[in-house]
Design a binder for this molecule. Structure first.
Ligand SMILES: Cc1cc2nc3c(=O)[nH]c(=O)nc-3n(C[C@H](O)[C@H](O)[C@H](O)COP(=O)(O)O)c2cc1C
Length: 191
């Protein structure tokens, strides 16, 4: 039985995990924190993982995982995998880097080779993107996040795509911060 199906039966609180793919303490992180604030207020168990603080090796394409169904690389992913498996909702946040996700986020995605088929199936995701240009270019990063969710059969239940360039820009935008907070509350309350 998937973890999300057990919510309420044995496990109680909704678990919401945010993954931040920014290289700095900037807009993406601020939005993720606010979403988690909202989720916490609605009673969820929350956690934020800052990929830039983790040691995550690049997938070396060995394909050992096809047989072993796990990754042979030994690094911080060993701690992050269980967090992903246990989460009901995964909030994926990335800045737009060259109309894509950041390298940190892509590197993280590539490490799900052993787990894309079954393990994340049925989970929910929220997508968060910050980009200097805004407009259509934000969609390119959103698409890269969506690709991961589609491949892993994760259902997208919300998104926030925001134009911002300087590291402390979005924190000053009360409207966006409130939108993030309310989205956090909403996902924590949803079944
Ligand atoms: C390496 C790099 C590449 C970037 N490429 C783009 C881009 O293609 N389009 C864009 O709109 N902004 C681009 N930006 C700007 C960031 O998306 C923007 O500063 C954003 O606010 C960063 O989010 P953060 O504060 O969460 O780190 C780039 C920034 C960096 C450092």
């Amino acid at each position: 039985m998937a973890r999300s199906q057990t919510k309420g039966l044995f496990c109680g609180k909704m678990k919401i995990l945010a993954i931040c793919g920014s290289s700095r303490r900037g807009n993406t992180e601020a939005m993720l924190k606010r979403i988690l604030d909202g989720a916490k207020e609605a009673g969820a168990q929350i956690e934020l993982v800052l990929l830039r603080e983790k040691q995550i090796l690049t997938c070396d394409g060995c394909f050992c995982c096809e047989k072993t169904k796990t990754c042979r690389l030994s690094d911080d992913m060993r701690l992050i995998y269980p967090k992903m498996f246990n989460a009901d909702v995964i909030v994926l946040g990335s800045p737009n880097y060259f109309n894509n996700v950041s390298g940190l986020m892509k590197n993280f995605f590539d490490r799900f080779c052993p787990f894309w088929e079954e393990t994340l199936k049925g989970k929910k995701a929220v997508l968060v993107v910050a980009g200097a240009e805004g407009g259509k270019s934000l969609k390119t990063t959103e698409k890269a996040l969506k690709n991961f969710c589609e491949i892993c059969s994760i259902r997208i239940v919300g998104k926030i795509l925001i134009k911002a360039k300087e590291a402390n820009e979005i924190q000053k935008n009360q409207k966006v911060m409130q939108k993030c907070f309310l989205l956090g509350k909403k996902i924590a309350a949803a079944e």
